[in-house]
Design a protein around this ligand. Sequence first.
Ligand SMILES: C[S@@+](CC[C@H](N)C(=O)[O-])C[C@H]1O[C@@H](n2cnc3c(N)ncnc32)[C@H](O)[C@@H]1O
Length: 318
Amino acid sequence: MTRTHIPVLAGELIDLTGPSEGDRVVDCTFGAGGHARLVAERIGPSGTLVCVDRDPDAEEHFEELAAEVACQTRFLRMDYTEALALLAEEGFTADLVYFDLGVSSMQIDTRERGFSYSYDAPLDMRMDPGQELDARTVVNTMEERQLAKVLSTYGEERNAKIIAREIARRRTKAPIETTGELVAAVEAALPAAVRRRFGGSSPAKRVFQAIRIVVNDELDDLDRALPVAWSILDDGGRLAAISFHSLEDRRVKRFLADRTRGCICPPDLPVCRCGRTPEAELITRRSVVATPGEVAHNPRSGSARLRAARRLAAGEES
Ligand SMILES: C[S@@+](CC[C@H](N)C(=O)[O-])C[C@H]1O[C@@H](n2cnc3c(N)ncnc32)[C@H](O)[C@@H]1O
């Protein structure tokens, strides 16, 4: 099986989170295992690497990796929140848990998965093909106002209202079945002057991002997963996430910042009553971005942001 996904910020992830001999690591978004392979080399034969992905195609990449690396390996084909909860239930503790969020290049480039506005294919966009909700259902059944809200919030699409209106208009005549039909609806909704502003890129990009986020429940899932990931970290364990748009990055940033906060008593209280102490030390004060060299080699890395923090032991000062 050929691997076509180039791991993003891979050197930075390894350098900043420092996996070492014997570590127990969870890769929550295995994909083609680009990051996992580097981690496996670092943790060696005494290390354990748990790989998670809800896409069955990732499991094939995992089989290849498992045959080649020396560490203990395990694959959990499920949603990462469920996988982390399962590990917590089993009493598994980790030195490193990381997320490389979003979709893989294999998912985007496999026409029939329906993730891409560049190919005409059935509207699908499910990371887990066994899941019921797909893009066709979202596009054809979501109420127009809700659809506009989704496009505006998850796609940060300024023309959300007119695009939602055009989608709603078209689907009363016949359901929108394909990615090509969705692109056509977006293009028809936008005035020519707006369309021209996109130059060579597709005006449907943000709409596709928004629909994909809904289909895969990406943001709520991240909110659910981060606390569970944090709960399985050992003292000194590291949590890292690579995100690809501001909606994800904001969630990661806020979650990690909250863990670094100590006393939350009102400032006029003479002594602390809350007893809260920081649980985390930030490894990255600001998000880490790809170098110009990486972006030139892999344009997808252009929007990537890496954040990481270390779990403090009880009583340890940051
Ligand atoms: C950007 S790719 C990861 C690429 C990987 N780091 C590599 O180097 O090949 C993201 C992967 O995470 C998976 N994924 C996204 N959200 C998930 C979730 N909630 N649960 C499980 N897997 C998820 C996707 O199916 C996809 O394969």
